[in-house]
Design a protein. Structure first.
Length: 83
C-alpha cells in the first residue's frame, strides 16, 4: 500500500533572523558578538576574526565574559560615529 502523504522540502536554514533593539536603546555595557555584528553591519565571524588577529577599529576592543566575546556598546557607538 502506498502512502498518499507528500513531504514538503525543508528550508536549508531553519533559524530565523534575530531582531535586536536599536543601538540607542541598549543600556548594557557590552553586547554579544551576534548583536555587535548586527549594529556594525558585519558578519559575526568577521568580528571573531578581528578578535583573533587583534585588529579592530579604534575603541572597539572585545572583552571576555564567561568565556564568550562581548563588545562594548561605547566602542560600537564610537566606531559608528554615534554619540
Amino acid at each position: 500500500m502506498q502512502s498518499t502523504t507528500t513531504r514538503q522540502p525543508q528550508a536549508l536554514s531553519t533559524s530565523e533572523p534575530q531582531s535586536f533593539p536599536p543601538l540607542e536603546l541598549v543600556n548594557r555595557p557590552t553586547v554579544p558578538t551576534e548583536q555587535a555584528a548586527h549594529y556594525l553591519l558585519r558578519r559575526p565571524q568577521t568580528l571573531r576574526g578581528w578578535a583573533c588577529a587583534e585588529t579592530f577599529p579604534d575603541g572597539l576592543r572585545p572583552v571576555r565574559v564567561n568565556g564568550r566575546l562581548c563588545w562594548p556598546v561605547a566602542g560600537i557607538r564610537a566606531a559608528l560615529g554615534v554619540a
